[in-house]
Design a protein around this ligand. Sequence first.
Ligand code: HAM
Length: 414
Amino acid sequence: MNDLLPERLERWQRVERVARSVFHAYGYREVRLPILEKTELFARSIGQHTDIVEKEMYSFADRNGDKLSLRPEGTAGVVRAGIQSGDFRSQLQRWWYAGPMFRHERPQRGRYRQFYQMGVEAFGVPGPDIDAELVVMSARLWRSLGLKDLNLEINSLGTPQSREVYRQALVTYFSAHESELDADSVRRLEHNPLRILDSKNPDMQAVIQAAPSLLDFLDQESVEHFGQLQASLDNAGITYNVNPRLVRGLDYYVRTVFEWTTQSLGAQGTVCAGGRYDGLVVQLGGKPTPAIGFALGMERLVELMSEQQIPGDSTDPAVFMIMVGDAAQIRGIAVAEEMRDAGLQVQCNCNGGSFKAQMKRADRSGARYAVILGDDEMAANHATVKPLRHEVPQQQIAMGSVARYLAEKLDQID
Ligand code: HAM
């Protein structure tokens, strides 16, 4: 679990700002949901035999003996909230959320026990048009952030019925090759054989490669759905790779699943992942409501931005106010307020200090301009405005005009 201190947060804030505006551009509206839910909600949705539910949740009994868990992901809570509020009755809903998730995983680069996701979920659309829209929207997000070299992997998991047939075929195949499986995979053979396909164990790659392919077991409707999604992506100019071994670690998916991955973050290269979960609303007690969504991992995305030298949103002030002497300190507060009224970020010197000491602070603050008020300025009723980032002479500006003068100057820079 990490502390996120101001400097590290600049890239986070950029992702949040850009993502919010992209989500809004597609009609998604924000929801804010509890971080704690009943443990049972996650067991019923993500799946009893998934790694997340079996060994990664932070679960405890509260004072009433209710079993609760810190949310390991956002989709289950969103579905619970939609059913409870009745909002799914009005059919199409597009929602987004952001916040911390918790999984007791082995910490490593890109994998943390408290991590942050931004996610979107669309309810009420059964067809592949919304699948394509979600992928196109995520591609726009990478473009808007200036990110490069992200690869899209897509797959179709079919319906629960067609997947059951495939599951049987996999169990038969892997049982015949049990001696080639590692202990984890032998354990998965009984409850979650599809996850064996996900194994990164190099010794098992040959047996995985030769396993039956999910795509050969799809029902006709899923084949058509997947075909239309691919046609839409082709038409939108989005390149992708069909990966029949992409199965995802959560049980609720049907048909479309996808992941955006990068080579530059080491083993944890998936920055965004999602898929369709048409059966989940009914499974959790709601009316039949098709649904699809994705979530992006903030830590991984921010690290990728830093790899690609994409800056964050600067939180440096535009102006640092230097005030030397009692009269300047009293007057300075009002002058700073005028500048803030004009939309400028102004950091005032506090705790006094000599002119030299205050100039040092101004430099360290990252501000572009220092506004200096000393005895001379007070007597002449003007301020000295000193550019801090380029070699330009300082100027005397009438006290009443400083805010307008700097607002115009900074506007030219932006
Ligand atoms: P997920 O694949 O479990 O899917 O997580 C989505 C993303 O969250 C991952 O691709 C990764 O970027 C990030 N992530 C997951 N675990 C960690 C971790 N321990 N540390 C850092 N980042 C992590 C879901 O959570 C689904 N709810 C996505 C979804 C939404 N499907 C449909 N709607």
